[in-house]
Design a protein around this ligand. Structure first.
Ligand code: T4K
Length: 370
């Protein structure tokens, strides 16, 4: 089977060397030395002013929403074209998501459609840098400043992406990164919040540790969202190789481009001016009226050959069973159109070029047969 992705791992020897000291210290979690070193190294790598580590990206998102102290029931403008986590974090924190449609080229929130959704109850905008494509950060910030709103980015897909040399985590008030096993950079499970306001550091550190400020003071009803030392050690190893991994992904991306660029009925992501990509995903949108067959036909043809492409992100979040009573995907028609037609093809550093060619030949064959 060729699956949509495959976790990057250091050599076993490198990892064992990294974790050896844990058998001396017996310090396994609660912000130990590996955790501290990784926080410092990631702050530098991502070129962000402040960074706090978490057990995963989702908990990080919930914690930053807590730390912002929004009033219960306040509205957060977000996108339905994302992983479940983005909206679930908002709802689980007692806030109300309001869905904004997406731009048809970058699949990120369409800034022209934000202002019409703002009400006196709006407290924040929560856009997603989908597939590593950068949101229109300038336009979003302008709207937020005009209306006094916070901006929290879901940057789960955007590890290492820069715009004009500026790390993606510098935009808005805060950005969440995911270091899940399936991401460009992983700590097995893990995540982080990057932010500007240094006073948030202590608050986030308390929220992720049951709200405990010191052994005799508990300020918040926090949870347990701390990254353990084994995950931090994996992160230290993977960070040494991530540039090389991204470079290999670029070769995979180029192989796909050579095969699929210019094919009628197929839309590929375009490079964004000034943006250095991390090649996190390879999404392809199939317009059946021009391509001749549907995304689902292509999905099935690939599956028959043992290739596990994925429909990220189908269904749209506003079509999920848990949300469809309150929301309708008809209100976000561009997102609906894309979600019904997109397929993310296998993408990882060690995917051989012959496999890419094979995947593309199945796709093109599928077109001929229809
Ligand atoms: N926001 C966005 C926009 C996100 O995409 C995500 C996570 C989050 C927030 C939340 O961040 P975290 O809390 O997860 O840090 C996967 C991931 O589990 C999820 O982290 C990710 N987004 C999402 C896009 O993809 P599934 O349900 O598709 O995973 P699964 O188990 O089907 O794995 C996909 C493929 O990855 C497999 O076919 C093979 C490969 N794989 C998987 C695992 C678990 C590996 O190579 N190694 C592994 O250990 O959600």
């Amino acid at each position: 089977m060729i699956l949509v992705t495959r976790s990057s791992m250091p050599s076993m020897d490198e990892y064992i060397e990294e974790i050896k000291s844990l058998w001396e210290t017996h310090w396994l979690t609660n912000m130990g030395v590996k955790h501290q070193e990784l926080e410092k190294n990631l702050t530098e790598y991502l070129k962000v002013p402040e960074l706090v580590l978490f057990v995963n990206g989702h908990s990080a998102l919930e914690c930053i929403l807590e730390a912002m102290s929004f009033p219960a029931g306040a509205e957060v403008i977000t996108t339905p074209f994302s992983f479940a986590s983005t909206t679930h974090a908002i709802v689980r924190k007692g806030l109300n998501p309001v869905f904004c449609d997406i731009d048809p080229h970058t699949y990120t929130m369409d800034p022209d459609k934000i202002e019409q959704l703002i009400t006196p109850r709006t407290c924040a905008i929560l856009p997603v840098h989908v597939y590593g494509n950068m949101c229109d950060v300038q336009a979003i910030q302008k709207i937020a400043d005009h209306h006094g709103l916070k901006v929290i980015y879901d940057a789960a897909h955007a590890f290492g992406v820069t715009k004009d040399g500026v790390g993606v985590g510098n935009f808005g008030d805060a950005s969440m990164f995911s270091f899940h096993a399936t991401k460009v950079y992983n700590t097995i499970e893990g995540g982080a919040i990057a932010f500007k306001d240094s006073s948030l550091r202590t608050v986030l550190n308390h929220w992720k540790n049951f709200g405990i400020c010191n052994p005799e003071e508990v300020k918040y009803v926090g949870g347990n969202s701390k990254m353990n030392e084994f995950c931090a050690a994996m992160g230290l190893c993977n960070l040494r190789h991530v540039d090389e991994e991204i470079e290999k992904r670029r070769h995979v991306y180029e192989a796909y481009q050579r095969n699929l660029q210019g094919v009628e009925g197929i839309t590929l992501c375009q490079a964004q001016a000034g943006v250095v990509s991390n090649y996190a995903y390879y999404p392809v949108v199939f317009d059946e009226s021009k391509f001749g067959c549907t995304r689902d036909d292509v999905f099935d043809a690939l599956a028959q050959e043992g290739i596990g492409a994925r429909k990220y992100f189908y269904p749209l979040i506003n079509d999920f069973e848990c949300y469809r009573d309150q929301y309708s995907s008809a209100d976000t028609p561009v997102a609906k159109w894309v979600a019904d037609r997109v397929l993310t093809l296998p993408m990882y550093a060690d995917l051989p070029e012959e496999e890419v060619n094979h995947i593309c030949s199945i796709i093109l064959q599928c077109r001929k047969e229809k």
